[in-house]
Write a protein that binds this ligand. Structure first.
Ligand SMILES: [Zn+2]
Length: 376
């Protein structure tokens, strides 16, 4: 079912819930009012009349609010559906063109990316470029963010390219099914809570707002054919390494293993996020994933050497890449951006929260404004 309509139905139910709640509230304050009225005439008479009128106003107000709520739901759902129809059609054309011409653009992009893979100098250019495109996309996305806050969230796309690294001996640091499962959790959460369709970066990937989340399979995952050294396999989390061997290595692998849409990485619009499955992320507090908003890649620890990453790790890192910070609000153990150590010790995730994490409305709107998340 189109997600816009699902969204509308949910909003409709919310209107009804609010209405029922409103009527109950009216009745409660009416009964309370009567019981608190004075007992002597004419005070009692005036008081009763006042309560009676207030109740009518309360009921009428609830009734009108409900009509406004439902009308708005209808309008926003209709706008969302029309938007989806238009973007689906335009998308079909653009995806076809990009699938053919994209290789030429990506070849140009690749040459630029070779320069970006030079330590220090390349990193400097990347950070300046990414900083600018990040800010520009947020400014441009403000209108979309406002619509999103009003409940109009047509489908957007987020491109990912996932690479399993090999260690010094040629052993892959993760199995494909493990990574497919991580991706599926992210794909489902982003679609359900933000109406973002995560797709693998590649040609002929048509997106439509009229279908559920993607079904991830092994074709989403690239197994690196070369071996990597510790600079990539065990890169600590933080921007420092990105300026030297680590950043250069990841940049080069993004350019070669995720060539398609490399021009988007350079331009910034709909830039794919490369998810590298690594051996470990050491540090004062070893981590199972790492991503910075200033880079176009994320790292997630595989399952062959360390205890496996929590199922939500990949979606969590994509969130960081799109500018989200850790969320330690109430209910935080269920949130995709919650951490076991960063939040209060009492909140430890249960198994199902890890498999089925949630994104708040605010997070969804913020992610939708990221340069990685676009309509086309
Ligand atoms: Zn985090």
């Amino acid at each position: 079912m189109p997600s816009c309509i699902e969204w509308g139905q949910e909003r409709h139910r919310e209107c009804t819930r609010t209405e029922d709640q409103g009527y109950k509230e009216c009745t409660r304050s009416r009964d309370k009012g009567y019981s608190e009225c004075c007992t002597w005439w004419p005070c009692s008479w005036l008081c009763n009349a006042w309560v009676w009128v207030s109740n009518i106003v309360c009921v009428a107000w609830t009734w009108v609010s409900n009509i406004v709520c439902i009308a708005w739901t209808w309008i926003s759902t209709a706008v969302c559906v029309v938007w989806d129809v238009v973007t689906t059609v335009v998308n079909a054309v653009l995806v076809t063109i990009e699938s053919i011409l994209g290789w030429v653009l990506s070849a140009v992009g690749f040459i630029i990316e070779l320069i970006l893979a030079i330590p220090v100098l390349g990193a400097l250019i990347r950070w300046v470029l990414n900083g600018i495109t990040h800010i520009v996309s947020i400014v441009v996305g403000i209108g979309d963010g406002i619509l999103g806050a009003l409940g109009i969230r047509p489908e957007k796309k987020l491109r990912v390219c996932t690479v399993i690294l090999r260690d010094e001996t040629g052993k892959a640091v993760a199995t494909t099914p493990f990574v497919v499962a991580l991706l599926q959790v992210a794909v489902d959460v982003y679609k359900r809570d933000a109406n973002i369709r995560i797709i693998p970066a590649g040609p002929f990937k048509y997106a439509t707002g009229f279908a559920g989340a993607e079904k991830v399979d092994s074709r989403w995952v690239t197994r690196d054919t070369g071996n990597s050294g510790a600079a990539l396999l065990d890169a600590p989390c933080g921007g420092g390494g990105d300026w030297l061997e680590t950043g250069a290595g990841f940049q080069l692998k993004s350019g070669t293993l995720c060539l398609f849409a490399s021009w988007r990485r350079v331009v910034g619009y709909g830039a794919p996020i490369t998810c590298f499955i690594v051996r470990s992320i050491p540090g004062p507090m070893p981590s199972s994933g790492c991503a910075l908003w200033i880079t176009d890649y994320a790292t997630v620890v595989g399952e062959t050497t360390l205890p496996p990453s929590s199922p939500r790790t990949l979606g969590h890192e994509l969130g960081h890449a799109c500018g989200l910070i850790h969320a330690c609000v109430d209910d935080d153990n269920k949130n995709m951006m919650a951490t076991a150590d960063g939040c209060s010790p009492a909140t430890t995730s249960t198994g199902s929260d890890r498999v089925n994490p949630r994104m708040t409305d605010q997070q969804a709107i913020w992610v939708r404004m990221s340069k990685h998340v676009t309509y086309f």
